[in-house]
Design a protein around this ligand. Structure first.
Ligand SMILES: C[S@@+](CC[C@H](N)C(=O)[O-])C[C@H]1O[C@@H](n2cnc3c(N)ncnc32)[C@H](O)[C@@H]1O
Ligand SMILES: [Zn+2]
Length: 367
């Protein structure tokens, strides 16, 4: 009997049902539980909008102290599993509704302080309707996209169609995709007179996940729109430019004069609330999360909050030299008095506020 049950954190769900359950998404769930705990908002209502087994909502209830949890599941057979799982975890069956996000959002009078969206594929079919059930006060949405081929530019036409943005299919593809996803959420939020603040953004394994706070008001919405803009990448010297604005402001490379490759529209603002992420890391350790999950969260905490990064292999290829030690490049840039860190978006890249010339001379020195 116990062989039929999957345990994660304090939740137990049946393995034998028809609903989707991916043990590899455990890191996403562990980090999300740690995030909700770090918010410290036990009294708020939470919606697990794409529940499947219900494992996320069950964990928020049992581990993050969220009393009022609701679950949506469109698929009848998955819904039957969800009902069984709620009963096994002593959660009332009325919390679960066998319907779609779209149907629910257009008929309910309820609203939620925290929403978890974890669909198959992209987020674009759901965000508009979910904005209708966002709470009146400060509220949060945690959203996962697994359509990384679209967001990272392998299917750029689909990205234009679904996210109204041009992706990049190069060294910057993951951060560009993450910022396109957040930019899309920001544009829809602004239509509902909501502004966004990004507390945390993960690009991990096969998915991207954004943890976003929504604040009501024209001022918040306008300031969100003014943080949208474009990235420009120089395929020749590898310089990167990122500016807010309605049209790309920098079209030619200031370092070498080449025409830039433009990505966007996208979110150019902050991707992290460092003190909250510090709490997430501490909570993950308390939750006895896997070491690789704690390390990944620590990497995000320590990553400097500057748009985009320099790819060392792209630069050394361009310089016709062999690979160099990242540690040595980081040490040299730090000694010059600049901020510099590794980045979750590419293991071979660095983020820094130094100009490209400083990065190039640090690479030469590391040879
Ligand atoms: C990737 S699974 C969710 C996995 C789950 N959150 C977890 O962590 O294990 C997505 C679920 O959303 C459901 N779904 C798809 N479209 C939906 C919609 N429009 N409204 C509500 N649920 C939907 C699917 O039936 C599926 O069970
Ligand atoms: Zn250039």
């Amino acid at each position: 009997m116990d062989n039929d049950i999957y345990t994660e954190g304090k939740a137990k769900v049946y393995k034998t049902g028809m609903s989707f359950l991916n043990p590899n998404a455990r890191a996403s769930r562990d980090i999300s539980v740690a995030f909700v705990k770090a918010l410290g908002v036990g009294k708020t209502a939470l919606l697990d909008a794409t529940a499947a087994t219900g494992i996320r909502g069950i964990r928020y209830h049992l581990e993050a102290g969220i009393d009022d949890v609701s679950f949506l599941e469109i698929n009848d057979r998955a819904y039957a599993d969800l009902a069984r799982n709620l009963a096994m975890n002593s959660i009332r069956g009325e919390c679960a509704i066998n319907t779609s996000i779209q149907e629910f959002a257009n008929t309910t009078e309820r609203n939620f302080g925290i929403i978890d969206l974890d669909p198959f594929g992209g987020i674009s079919p759901y965000i508009y309707d979910l904005m209708k059930v966002i709470g009146q006060g400060s509220s949060y949405i945690m959203a996962t996209a697994t359509d990384t081929a679209v967001l990272c530019g392998a299917e750029s036409k689909a990205c234009l169609r679904l996210y109204d943005a041009m992706p990049l299919h190069n060294e910057l593809c993951h951060e560009t995709g993450m910022r396109i996803m957040i930019g899309y959420m920001a544009r829809i939020a602004a239509q509902f007179n909501l502004g966004i603040r990004v507390h945390m953004a993960l690009s991990y394994m096969h998915y991207m996940r954004a943890f976003i706070e929504l604040k009501r008001g024209n001022g918040a919405a306008m300031s969100t729109v003014s943080s949208l803009g474009y990235v420009g990448y120089c395929n020749s010297c590898k310089a990167v430019y990122c500016d807010s604005g309605n049209v790309p402001k920098t079209r030619d490379c200031k370092a070498c004069g080449s025409r830039l490759q433009i990505g966007g529209k996208l979110w150019t603002g902050s991707l992290s609330n460092k003190s909250l992420i510090g709490d997430v890391v501490a909570n993950l350790s308390d939750q006895e999360a896997e070491t690789k999950t704690v390390n990944f969260a620590a990497l995000i905490r320590d990553e400097i909050d500057i748009p985009f990064h320099y790819s060392l292999p792209a630069m050394t290829r361009k310089m016709h030299i062999g690979s160099v030690s990242m540690k040595s490049v980081i040490d040299t840039i730090e000694k010059e008095g600049y901020k510099v860190s590794r980045t979750q978006f590419d293991k071979d890249s660095i983020k820094t506020n130094a100009e490209i010339d400083c990065v190039l001379s640090a690479i030469k020195k590391a040879q």
